[in-house]
Every structure is written in C-alpha cells, then in structure tokens.
Design a protein around this ligand. Structure first.
Ligand SMILES: Cc1cc2nc3c(=O)[nH]c(=O)nc-3n(C[C@H](O)[C@H](O)[C@H](O)COP(=O)(O)OP(=O)(O)OC[C@H]3O[C@@H](n4cnc5c(N)ncnc54)[C@H](O)[C@@H]3O)c2cc1C
Length: 359
C-alpha cells in the first residue's frame, strides 16, 4: 500500500478536543522532513548525517522532501556543513544564521529553531540524540507542544494516515513500542549515534541552500563562562575498532586490571556494562547498551557480562563478538560468534600470553 499525498492536506483535527491552551495546528498544513544538523568544531556531526538515512526512507514513503536545517554563527562552517548535508542525501538546506549563535546555547538554539518551525511547518523533525540533541530536541518539542520520541531504533509510516511510526525499545528492551503522534505536528524523533549508517556521500548531488539571516535572537538564559577541553587519550568507544568490555563478573581490582592489560596488548579500548559503571570501573560514556552507547567495533570481547537485552542492544552493529563467561548458560553466548566458557581469572592471562607471543 502506498501513501496518497493528497490525504496529507485533508488531515484535520478537532482542536476543541485538544488542550484549549495550545495553539490550534492542522496536520494537513505541515509538509517536509527536517533533519537538524549539528556542527561541532566547524564540522557537521556524523550522528546528524546518520539521521538522513531514516529521513530518506520516510521521505520516500510520504513522497516528500528532506531539508537539512543548520544553525550557527560561523558562515564558513555553515556553508561547508550545508554542502555535506546535501552530498549525503538532503534535498535542500536551510541555514539559520546570527553572529551570536556561534556559541551553542540550548535555549537560544531551541527557541530560534522553534520559531522557524512555526513559520515553515515541517511535518517531521529528526534530531540526532547527541549530548546537545538530547538537550535542545525536547526543548523544541515542548516549545512547539509537539511531543518527541527519544532513542528510536527505527521509523516507519502508517500508510493510511501518513503518521510517522517511531519505533523504540521501552524499558526492558525485550519488545518494541510503536509510537505515533496523530494530532500534533511536527512529529519529532531522535536516534542515538550509530543506530543508522551514514548515507553514501555523493559530491554530484545538488540542492537549494536558503540563508535566514536573523536580525535579533532571544536572550540566552545561560551563559558560557569557560570551556575546558579534556584531552582525549583514547578513541571514544563508538569509534573504536576493537573493544574489550567488562561486566560484573570482572568487577574486582585484580580482574579489571587483567582486562585492561588484554585491551592494551590488543590496542583495544575498554568499555563495559552498566554494572561496570555502577561499580565505578568505567565512566558512563564507556557504557554499552540501551542507556549507554551503540558500538560498531570489528571485534567485541565481552568478559563477565551476562548478556541482558539492554546490553546486547548496544552491540547489534558489532562485527565479531567473543564472550568469556563462567556460566555456560549465560545469554551472552547467544549473541556471540565465539564463546569461551571459563573463569576470567584463568582465561584472561592465557589470552594476554598468546597475544604477546604474536608480537
Ligand atoms: C531501562 C534499563 C536500561 C538498561 N541499560 C543498560 C545498558 O545500557 N547497558 C547495560 O549493560 N545494562 C543496562 N541495563 C542493565 C541490564 O539489565 C543488566 O542488569 C546489566 O547489563 C548486567 O550487567 P552485567 O552483565 O555486567 O552483570 P550480571 O548480569 O551480574 O552478569 C555478570 C556475569 O558475569 C559472569 N561471571 C561472574 N564471575 C565471572 C568470572 N570470574 N569469569 C567469567 N564470568 C564471570 C556471570 O556468569 C554473569 O553472567 C539496563 C537496565 C534497565 C532496566
């Protein structure tokens, strides 16, 4: 069944039945998909480009266009980012510029984007669930009284109504919730980095770029006093090709240092389960899983991790998964390509020794 685009224009709601304090907005007046592009250190964020993948799928189903939306105060960076957004699949780009938008501020960005959304009326807004996206995304949704579904793992379209179906694991991650917003527009959704691949880059793609140069912007309520750059000594786990990940089964000083030694010998980055975070062995940014990060290493070694659904959710994109667990019935073996049943205390020194021999 394909969607009949004329049905979009006819979509009407009885605003009297909705919250009387909310401005009445007819869904039929909204069209197009916005993908908000985040710019970090002068570059378009990979996670924003990844959102163009589900956007293309939904745009095809709804027979509509994708508009990348950029905001900032650095013309050169905005121009460069706009081209990247088009090369990666957007049909056009809208740039919202004001020199004072050079420094990110959640409330200012959200208010400016909300004003533009009120004017342009996009049917859908996709935001990458980066640290910033998680901050300004819900702010926009609240300002627009639109609702937002966070951390989606897929998106679809209800072909009868044209409503976007936001798909995400609810608490527990053992089933998928399908969430629609039938009466409010825009429909907003976020997805975490690495849930979708970046669409192929094609420099021959072209698209219209519209500059909106604002004369004034809302006062920011929070001021940036100081920026401290914490030097990155290793790759973030979502970018690492090799990960050695530990759970409660190795959450002792002695076993954890063996796990770190294995990672060092392999040139791998250390990650872990939520239990490893709770027990203070790793910071939250190294947590793999539903409330942590989705990783896509070539090799993932899970040591002393049981394999709860909330954990394995984060390794769906991993290449080869090796599990080391002393319980042969541990669910992690079902999510692994290779399994070693044994005590980490014995297995880790053997692996370290073998890797040293290869050098
Ligand atoms: C809403 C929600 C979101 C969540 N999000 C996440 C998430 O993002 N990431 C995440 O990881 N969890 C998440 N969790 C928690 C998740 O449900 C599990 O509790 C958690 O993953 C278990 O961590 P673990 O495997 O390290 O510990 P356990 O489940 O306690 O497993 C420890 C394993 O180690 C093995 N073991 C013990 N000793 C040894 C040894 N000496 N050698 C070898 N093996 C040994 C045991 O056999 C066992 O299988 C979430 C839970 C909820 C409710």
């Amino acid at each position: 069944m394909s969607f009949d685009p004329s049905a979009r224009k006819k979509k009407k709601v009885d605003c009297g039945k909705l919250c009387p304090e909310w401005e009445c907005r007819q869904p039929g007046e909204f069209e197009g998909i916005w993908v908000i592009g985040e710019i970090e250190d002068g570059q378009i964020h990979e996670a924003s480009l990844q959102m163009l993948t589900p956007a293309r799928n939904i745009a095809e189903k709804l027979q509509t266009w994708i508009e990348g939306v950029l905001i900032g105060g650095d013309k050169e960076a905005l121009e460069k980012a706009a081209k990247e957004v088009i090369y990666h699949g957007a049909d056009k780009v809208r740039i919202i510029y004001h020199p004072d938008l050079k420094v990110y501020s959640a409330d200012q960005y959200a208010l400016v984007l909300s004003e533009e959304a009120k004017r342009v009326k996009p049917e859908v807004i996709f935001v990458a669930a980066t640290l910033r996206g998680r901050e300004f995304g819900p702010y926009i949704a609240n300002t627009l009284r639109a609702g937002i579904t966070a951390d989606c793992t897929n998106f679809d379209v209800d072909m009868k109504t044209g409503d976007v179906v936001m798909i995400r694991p609810p608490f527990g991650a053992i089933m998928l919730a399908h969430i629609k917003t039938p009466t409010r527009r825009p429909q907003m959704g976020t997805a975490r980095p690495n849930v979708f691949p970046i669409p192929e880059r094609d420099e021959s793609r072209t698209g219209e770029i519209t500059w909106i140069e604002l004369e004034s912007i809302p006062q920011r309520r929070a001021f940036l006093e100081e920026v401290t750059i914490i030097p990155q000594t290793e790759l973030p786990i979502e970018k690492a090709d090799y990960l050695v990940s530990g759970g409660r089964g190795v959450a002792t000083k002695e076993l954890w240092s063996l796990l770190e030694e294995l990672a060092k010998e392999m040139g791998a980055v250390v990650a872990g389960s939520r239990k490893a975070v709770d027990m203070g062995f790793i910071p939250h940014e190294k947590q793999v899983g539903q409330t942590g990060k989705t990783v896509k290493p070539k090799l993932y070694i899970a040591v002393g991790i049981s394999g709860a659904a909330q954990h394995t959710f984060g390794i769906r994109e991993a290449g080869i998964v090796v599990a080391i667990n002393k319980d042969p019935e541990a669910p992690i073996f079902k999510a692994s390509d290779y399994g070693i049943v044994g005590d980490a205390k014995e297995v880790l020194p053997l692996l370290i020794e073998e890797i040293k021999k290869l050098k």
